[in-house]
Design a protein around this ligand. Structure first.
Ligand SMILES: [Zn+2]
Length: 268
């Protein structure tokens, strides 16, 4: 199994990304949850260009990506999970769950450390939340996240297959939970016992600060419930709540230049 993931890594990533992006764009058109604040064209152009920029930045600036680091840890026999004598599927599952917990913690830290928040708010300033918001991060955040992930993967001794599964899964669940998608409420309630749903994550994109500082999970909903950061619904309701940051309720967040400069601009 492991060899299959490693030899087909590029194809698996691309197929999952393109397939899910198309699926969620169609689903958003058919079953939208909210009216949009801004037009799609400029937002999607900016969010799309940021995605391309981030992909290029990662390839250029980080010589070894997380999967490479996992291969290194395996060859050197280092990391926590390599010390345990358990079946391979247990190691893979444990690595995926531990990486998910770490991403939750990282997200929480990016909200509470001012200099990191300046970078992360580029994601939050988006005036609408839809599948493209999941791809909209400042390149500095993407590079920092990769460095942190490489350190985690080596410390954990996460197997390469676990890293590939985790990254594809995270990419997919992030696109899902940012989607402007109306799920049947009963289905949402059942599903969010396991994973973060669009209604659960939308609370995190509210302009209300206590709501922004809740629901940090991207994949399993467990961590927010466990660490007391869970908020069920937005105070203003899903269709009336305001998305984004209160200081930037205009069309600037849809511009690429503004978005890339935001971490370095004066002000809060
Ligand atoms: Zn956030």
């Amino acid at each position: 199994m492991e060899q299959f993931f490693i030899s087909n890594e590029g194809a698996i990533r691309l197929a999952a990304f393109a397939g899910l992006l198309t699926l969620f764009i169609l689903a958003e058109a058919l079953w939208p949850r909210r009216d949009r604040a801004l037009g799609r064209f400029q937002r999607w152009t900016t969010n799309g260009l940021m995605t391309i920029l981030n992909t290029v930045a990662l390839r250029v600036a980080v010589p070894v990506l997380a999967v490479g680091a996992a291969g290194f840890a395996q060859r050197m026999d280092v990391g926590l999970l390599n010390m345990l004598d358990v079946a391979q599927w247990v190691t893979v599952l444990a690595a995926i769950i531990l990486l998910d917990a770490a991403i939750y913690a990282q997200h929480l830290i990016f909200h509470h450390v001012p200099v990191l928040w300046r970078i992360h708010r580029v994601h939050h300033v988006d005036r609408d939340i839809d599948v493209t918001t999941a791809l909209r991060f400042h390149p500095v955040e993407i590079l920092l996240s990769m460095v942190i992930k490489i350190a985690l993967v080596v410390a954990l001794g996460a197997p390469p297959a676990a890293v590939i599964i985790f990254e594809v899964l995270l990419n997919g669940t992030a696109m899902f939970n940012h989607a402007n998608l109306r799920l049947p409420l009963g289905f949402d309630r059942a599903l969010r016992w396991l994973i973060v749903t669009p209604d659960m994550h939308r609370v995190h994109h509210s302009v209300r600060v206590p709501e922004t500082n809740s629901n940090f999970g991207f994949n399993l909903s467990l961590w927010d419930r466990l660490f007391g950061t869970y908020k069920d619904q937005p105070d203003d309701g899903h269709t009336s709540m305001t998305i984004g940051l209160s200081e930037f309720q205009d069309d600037r967040p849809a511009r690429l230049g503004f978005s890339l400069w935001l971490p370095f601009s004066k002000g809060p």
